[in-house]
Design a protein around this ligand. Sequence first.
Ligand SMILES: [Zn+2]
Length: 228
Amino acid sequence: MLMEEARNKIVEFGKRMSADGLAPGTAGNISIYDPETGYMAISPSGVPYDKTLPEDVVILDLDGNVIDGDKKPSSEHGLHAVFYRTDPEARAVVHNHSMYCTILACMGEPLRSVHYALAEAQCSEIPLVPYHTFGTPELADAAAEALKKKGHGLILQNHGMCAYGPTIESAYGLALTMEWCAQVQWHCMAAGKMNVLTDEQMEVAMEHYKTYGQKKSDGSHTGGYSVV
Ligand SMILES: [Zn+2]
């Protein structure tokens, strides 16, 4: 089966995203990219995570042409392709409508550095992408524009969030961290007081993350606040 390992991971992390409460119903989608073929494996459209099988995962090229699979791909495949086109290191993207990221999205707020844990996203603020209808090239273009800023995450206005990374584990871990940071920010905003860390303080935190956690076999570190 083409991209079998990626298909299995998409099924596994889809179930996890649902169990962790990040994706109500069939909302959200996950993709994994193979730079050698230029193909992306992505969740099917509108199939519940607990019912998704590896063969339901659709293989596309970055222009949206179906390479393998009988199901309709996620309507946001164009949005996912933007990450792989923009960052040559991107290998996996998680998109969902998790509660607190979506609250900020509906308030028209970016995700700010109220806690150092946001350094996992390699930036001091997750930008807010202006609203466009879901599944449209306009939304993908707006996301591409926002990704020109440093960082591995986006808040989509009146919609939800995206996180990406060099592995599905890192992208999913960042999605969890963003949701936790968004919850903290929302509570601070509701309480009427919020102390935002400076860019300099966040730069230091980002440096610390490079050697945080356990050293992996490839020499990098597990890093991150929510290692999965
Ligand atoms: Zn969505």
